[in-house]
Structures are given as C-alpha cells and as structure tokens.
Design a protein around this ligand. Structure first.
Ligand code: HEC
Length: 441
C-alpha cells in the first residue's frame, strides 16, 4: 500500500482548490445569493469532504513510511483531520437558510486551517525555512569538487549531518541535546556528555548511533533510510582524525591510510587529480573581464567552476602596452594559463609576468627575453608548463629555471642553452621534461 502514500502530495491539492474557492464565495457573496445557491454549496463541500478524506488517508499512509519531524507531523496531521470536520460542519450549515453569520465564520476558519495545514506540510518536506529567501552560498563553494582546500568538517562532514539529521535536531533542548543548526552549535552540543569522542569513533555516541544495525532502538535516524556506507565511513574517518574543526584536506599529514581514504572517497591524492583542482580563487570581476576583452585579449575559463582563466591576446605579433599589462595584473590571481608567444616581450616586461603567481602554463616562445628576464619567473612557483622556444637565453638562466620545482614541461629549442645546461637542469630537477630543438606549436 505504500504507493498510496506517495499520492499524498498530489491529492492534497484537490480539497485545497475546491474548498478555497467555496469558502471564498461563502465569505464574500451576499446572504441572498448564498441562500439561493445553498444546494450548489452543499455539492461543493461534499466533494471537498470526499477529497480531504483521500488526502488524510494517503497522508497517514505516507507518515508511516517517512522520517518526519514528529512535532511538525502531528500538527500537520491534526490540522488536516480538522479540515474534514470543518467540511461536515459546512455541509450541515448548507442545509440551513437564514442568517449567514455562523456560515461565514466557519468558511473563514476553514480557509485559515487550509493555509496552516499547507504551510506545515511544506515545512516538513522542504524544511522549516522553505519560505524565506535562501542565503546566497559563498560563490563557487557549493559546486566545487572536493579538493585540497576543502574544509573537512564544514564542507564534507557537516553537510551530511544537516541533510540527514537536521529535521529532528534543530534546537539544543530537544532530541538528546544535539543541535545541528550550525557547525558551532553542533560542536558545543551536550557539553556535559558530548556526542563525539575525538579520536575514537567507536566510543562516540554520534558514530555508534548511525553504525548500529537499523532495527536497534537507538539507531539514527530513527525511521527511514540510514546513512550510506560512505557517509558512515566519512564520519568515522573524521572522528578518528581527532574531529578537527578547522582543517582542510591539505592540512592532513600524508599517510598511506589517509591517502587511500581520500582516493577511494573523493579520487584525491591519486595521479588522476586535476592539478588545478587545488586552487581556489574568487571569481574575476565582470568589469575586469570586460576591460581585458576590450583591450584585445581572448579570455576563457580553464575549467568550469574554478574561476581560473586562460588568456591570450587576439592579435599576435604586437607588443603589449601599459594599459594592457595593468588589465592583466588586475586578474593576476585568476590567470592560470597565459599565452604571450610572439608579443615582443623583453626582460622588463617579464617583471609583470612574474607577479601572476597562480600561473600554471605560460607560453613565451619567440620573444626577446634574455637571462636577466628569466629571474622574474622564479616567483611562479606553481608553473607546470613553460615554453621559452626562440628566446635569447643561455646557460646563465639555468638556476632560475631549476627553481621552478613544479615545472614538468620546459621547451628550450632555438635558444643558446647548451646540452650541458639541459643536463644540469635535469639533474637539479629530475621530474622535469626538457624539450630541446623541436618546434611543437
Ligand atoms: C525523526 C527524527 C530524528 C532524526 C531524523 C534523527 N534523530 Fe537523532 N534523535 C532523535 C530523538 C527523538 C533523539 C532522542 C532519543 C534518543 O536518544 O534516542 C535523538 C537522539 C540522538 C542522539 C543522542 C544524543 C545524546 O547526547 O544522547 C544522537 C547522537 C543522534 N540523535 C544523532 C542523530 C544523527 C547522526 C542523525 C542523522 C543520521 C539523527 N540523529 C537523525 C530524533 C531523530
């Protein structure tokens, strides 16, 4: 019979529609009109009664299956049932002609109870705040994939608890004192008898409650589906880490166990991680983007959701002017890929590039850069790709290049760098692939 309960959200709209219309008419029509049409009113109230019986029955069926806040549920149930009683009163009233004062009163009352019942039902299914305007999530937070800067408690553990447990745990007085309205209220729940034993999941009330067999009387949530296996593992992992409140994934010491967990749960710390996923920057301001566009740069997002930018001048072979450099620097946090191939760059212009410290990929081929200019790039500690093909650099800049510890691909064709220089570079930085005299682009 479970299917019947699932029709409740559908069925409730029938009596609501019918009764709202009839009750409004009963409230506003003049007495003579009502007395003329009492027969019509009666038929309408009868159908209201019939459908509210269906709504109540399906609702009771649904209540038996779901996990709803008991208090809300009982209020919703009784106000729903009282609508049936009000329909009976209305049917009785529609048999009497004469004064319509009581008739109007019952109509008004029915309208009020209908509104209340609907609101309680909405609160139960959509949460108590469903009428208020949602607070804006901090931009980009919600949808970001899990990455190194993800806050373990705030962004991984707590959302699970809020999604599955908040319904019944939203004030500190009720339900065992567990208050899940905010991270702070959660952590300070039950100071005398905390639900978390930091470092020991098995001793923690919170973990025990969700890990028990589902039929156990202490199992949480008390009705409905329990947490998923990976949600339970997440809680266990966090508590065993010492239940840290302000740590990011990047703060965790590397250990085989942690790494295996991160890899299994989130695909992190494995070779498949997108290196860009570790960077979080604010979105570029629309004004700054527009300026960049106007000044002749093509700007694209590097990957969705990360706010990082891939920037290239629309016209190559032209040197950048001061205005263009300023526009680039205004977005120095966001620019992760930059292509300045063939833009007449010299040593001086590289001091601008050196300020764009979030750069991962930088193309500087076919410019007039010398060894002195390369020094400016030492600040680009995240750089993974660098193309210096066709510049006037020599072995004198090897130390600067070796300082780029993250560099994986380096193109040095058509430069004065010798094989010996490349050899030194490879020794200093074994992870780096140095590509000499071939032009790939
Ligand atoms: C349908 C309502 C409901 C839901 C949903 C629910 N709880 Fe509870 N919870 C209760 C009630 C009622 C109590 C108090 C009675 C008891 O201790 O069993 C309680 C008590 C607890 C306690 C004991 C607090 C203490 O200090 O004794 C913990 C821990 C707990 N819940 C955790 C959870 C977690 C975790 C979830 C989500 C997976 C959850 N609850 C979901 C109703 C609920």
């Amino acid at each position: 019979m479970d299917w019947f309960g699932r029709f409740h959200p559908l069925l409730v709209h029938l009596p609501v529609g019918i009764l709202v219309l009839a009750c409004l008419a009963g409230l506003v029509l003049p007495k003579e009109k009502i007395n003329t049409y009492l027969g019509v009113f009666r038929i309408v109230y009868f159908s209201g009664l019939f459908f509210s019986i269906l709504a109540v029955l399906s609702g009771l069926n649904l209540a038996g299956q779901g996990t709803y806040d008991e208090v809300n549920l009982s209020q919703h149930k009784w106000s729903g049932i009282s609508i049936m009683a009000l329909c009976l009163l209305l049917i009785w009233q529609s048999r009497l002609s004469g004064s319509k004062t009581l008739f109007r009163l019952i109509n008004g009352l029915t309208l009020m109870i209908l509104t209340l019942t609907g609101h309680l039902g909405g609160s139960m299914t959509h949460g108590p705040d469903y009428l208020s305007v949602q607070k804006d999530e901090p931009e980009g937070r919600e949808k970001n994939p899990v990455n190194d800067s993800t806050l373990i408690l705030e962004e991984l553990v707590f959302p699970v608890l809020q999604a599955r447990c908040l319904r019944c745990h939203q004030d500190s007085a009720r339900n065992g004192g567990l208050d899940l309205r905010s991270v702070e209220s959660f952590l300070s729940s039950n100071p005398g008898d905390p639900v978390i034993e930091a470092g020991d999941a098995v001793k923690s009330e919170l973990f025990k409650r969700v890990a028990l067999p589902a039929h156990h009387p202490n199992f949480m949530p008390p009705n409905g589906l329990g947490l998923s296996y990976s949600e339970i593992r997440l809680l266990e992992w966090w508590i065993n880490l010492g239940a840290p409140s302000n740590k990011r994934i990047a703060d965790l010491p590397e250990s085989a166990e942690t790494d295996a967990f991160l890899k299994n749960q989130f695909g992190l710390r494995s070779s498949s991680i997108d290196p860009l996923a570790g960077i979080r920057v604010d979105p570029a301001s629309p004004a700054a983007l527009e300026t960049l566009d106007k000044l002749g740069f093509a700007v694209r997002p590097v990957s969705s959701g990360l706010h990082l930018l891939d920037v290239v001048p629309k016209k190559s072979n032209e040197a950048l002017n001061a205005e263009q450099w300023n526009a680039l620097l205004a977005l120095k946090d966001q620019v992760a890929w930059l292509n300045l191939a063939g833009t007449h760059l010299n040593d001086q212009s590289l001091s601008y590039v050196g300020q764009m410290t979030n750069l991962r990929k930088l193309r500087l081929e076919r410019n007039q850069i010398g060894d002195q200019g390369i020094k400016n790039l030492e600040s680009l500690v995240h750089l993974e790709y660098l193309n210096l093909y066709g510049n006037g650099i020599s072995d004198a800049c090897i130390n600067s290049l070796a300082a780029l510890k993250k560099l994986k691909e380096l193109y040095l064709g058509e430069t004065a760098i010798t094989d010996k220089g490349i050899q030194t570079l490879k020794e200093k930085n074994p992870g780096m692939e140095v590509i000499g005299d071939i032009e790939l682009w």
